[in-house]
Write a protein that binds this ligand. Structure first.
Ligand SMILES: [Zn+2]
Length: 186
């Protein structure tokens, strides 16, 4: 996997890790020839070596999971997740697979990767400059959760107000409380 080669197997500073994450997201988009939102989910399954399994029926305790392999990896995802959430979850798991365990535990990087892929900075800046400041409309346009859009706008310095909380899109993190909360809200 070409994207994985960019992830250094040795510990790097947060800043470098974020830079690498941005590069990987940019390369993924460039390779998939996607130039406008919404970024299609198929760009994940189209990657050589990546298999995406969509669970049509609920499996207790599983919303998403991933397993890196030598050449790529497998991603399992609950197909009943709301579209916007499912898209973020899919990209999040892809970053786990790309890193192949090197950055296990670095959930923030997976979250950043998903943001970078689904809400590319140049597109969002252009939308903002064109006068599109409605968070809900932008979230719909990019097919992402509104709170994710808020977070991204804040990260890019477009929205001054930071979102109140950041949702966790992964079950790897030890705080199973979040997972339970999410399950009950579905
Ligand atoms: Zn994760």
């Amino acid at each position: 996997m070409r994207l994985r080669a960019l992830t250094p197997p040795w510990p790097v500073s947060d800043r470098n890790a974020r830079f690498v994450t941005e590069r990987q997201a940019g390369l993924l988009l460039a390779a998939s020839n996607v130039t406008a939102p919404p970024v299609p989910e198929r760009i994940v399954a189209d990657l050589a070596g990546i298999a995406v399994y969509r669970l049509p029926l609920p499996v207790e305790g599983v919303l998403s999971a991933s397993q890196p392999s030598e050449l790529g990896g497998d991603i399992i995802i609950d197909n009943r997740l709301p579209l916007a959430e499912r898209r973020v979850t899919l990209m999040h798991e892809l970053k786990h697979v790309i890193d192949g365990g090197h950055s296990a535990g670095s959930e923030a990087l997976c979250a950043d990767f998903a943001m970078n892929v689904l809400m590319p900075a140049p597109w969002l800046r252009a939308d903002w400059q064109a006068g599109n400041h409605d968070v809900n409309a932008l979230a719909e346009r990019y097919q992402v959760p509104a709170e994710g859009m808020k977070h991204r706008l804040h990260m890019l310095g477009l929205e001054r107000e930071p979102p109140r909380h950041r949702r966790v899109y992964c079950q790897w993190q030890p705080h199973t409380k979040n997972t339970k909360e999410r399950r009950t809200t579905q």
